[in-house]
Design a protein around this ligand. Structure first.
Ligand code: ADP
Ligand code: MG
Length: 216
């Protein structure tokens, strides 16, 4: 059983909800090592995405990639700062690799790999630099391993979400060498990276959307 357009829309709406709930937490994390706008940035972006999804005369979305492309273009136009283009590129690359009605187990892995490629091609961060790459990289690795072990798409997403969560927590002791937090140098250590935290939220929403599916 694959993950379809209904899942993709549910994922995006769920992301908007969890980002709204975590807005203050993300802002506080970004206040500690950045400029305190990450929660507001993402909240504004995903509210705009939901507004687009709700437009009555929107073209019919038949492929997973149609939904992800709408996320990408909306985030790129509505979210400033580093994270708008980074998330926008991640969703755009993922959209290009999911231009079909459903994604299966290997399709989920491809989608996540594409998202990571998007972030790294845009931001040039490597693992260990205290960015969203530190949540997304272990997520891709865990998804790849879960798929190789024969797990279904929902289990693959669950593995990815758990790994992103652990990856985000693992950014706490890191010293930032990319993005605004790098201006703090050693003083960036001891705080969780806001972008890694939000990445874990986005992937958690993907899992929850799949778990809420009619066939589970
Ligand atoms: P800004 O830093 O412009 O205020 P945000 O606060 O919205 O933008 O986003 C900050 C997050 O962006 C960081 O926590 C980090 O995870 C991510 N980030 C910044 N630069 C990069 C980069 N070069 N590669 C990957 N992620 C990055
Ligand atoms: Mg910021």
């Amino acid at each position: 059983m694959g993950l379809d357009v209904v899942w993709a829309e549910r994922w995006v709406r769920r992301t908007a909800e969890v980002v709204a709930e975590a807005k203050d937490e993300l802002t506080e994390l970004d206040r500690q090592i950045g400029d305190g706008d990450h929660g507001e940035n993402l909240h504004r972006g995903f509210q705009a995405v939901v507004a687009k999804l709700d437009e009555p005369d929107a073209a019919e979305r038949t492929e997973v990639g149609d939904v992800l492309k709408l996320v990408a273009t909306t985030l790129m136009s509505k979210v400033g700062g580093a994270s708008g283009p980074l998330y926008g590129t991640a969703f755009l690359r993922a959209a290009k690799r999911s231009a079909r009605p459903e994604v299966d187990t290997s399709g989920v892995v491809v989608l996540l790999e594409a998202a990571l490629e998007g972030v790294t091609s845009r931001g040039r961060a490597e693992p260990g630099e205290k960015t969203m790459v530190d949540a997304l990289t272990p997520a891709v690795e865990a998804a790849t391993a879960a798929a190789a072990a024969g797990q279904d798409p929902v289990e693959v997403l669950a593995a990815a979400a758990d790994a992103a969560e652990a990856g985000a927590r693992a950014t706490v002791p890191m010293v930032a060498t990319k993005g605004r937090a790098s201006y703090l140098g050693e003083r960036s250590a001891g705080h969780e990276d806001p972008g890694a935290r939000s990445t874990a939220l986005v992937l958690g929403a993907a899992r929850d959307a799949a778990l809420a599916g009619p066939d589970r």
